[in-house]
Design a protein around this ligand. Sequence first.
Ligand SMILES: O=P(O)(O)OC[C@H]1O[C@H](OP(=O)(O)OP(=O)(O)O)[C@H](O)[C@@H]1O
Ligand SMILES: Nc1ncnc2[nH]cnc12
Length: 170
Amino acid sequence: MDIKALIREVPDFPKPGISFKDITTLLGNAEGLQYAIATLADHCADLAPDYVAGMESRGFIFGTALACKMGVGFVPIRKLGKLPAAVHTIEYDLEYGTDKLEIHQDAYPAGSKVLMVDDLIATGGTAGAAAKLIQQAGGTLVGCAFVIELKDLNGRQHLPNVPVIALVQY
Ligand SMILES: O=P(O)(O)OC[C@H]1O[C@H](OP(=O)(O)OP(=O)(O)O)[C@H](O)[C@@H]1O
Ligand SMILES: Nc1ncnc2[nH]cnc12
């Protein structure tokens, strides 16, 4: 199945010069969505995670579906101020300025094997910060999975030395 053909490219969104990779067209296609989740699950099976963690908000969509498919629990990594119990917080760089991500301190037992999932890796700022948070919360990061990788931005440089899986690259 050609997943790339199901991802819409929207030029100049959210600002001039950005080619936005719109996953809503993939989500709306039943066979495409099932294929994307099944393929991620196949590629990640050997990592044998205890949990899947996904970043707000598009990472929730693929992360929750993948956790279900793999038969493990899902852990949300949220933007600042959304999680109700005690959290770990990390600040990370955006193209302009900074943002913060949080994870619950008791999201999983210490030493749990955690697979990180997001829809897309661009500069790697978000994924690099989430990887650190997963470890701060006592998890062992076993891999990172993305539907889309924007290769020229070399976001992988911000990830620790674990397997990185991407279904499609631009
Ligand atoms: O590699 P980076 O340069 O950090 O960019 C990738 C991140 O950007 C998008 O999320 P966004 O922050 O736009 O939030 P959203 O999922 O709520 O749309 C995407 O879902 C990734 O999480
Ligand atoms: N080009 C892009 N398309 C969709 N989401 C993104 N997040 C960061 N860069 C993006």
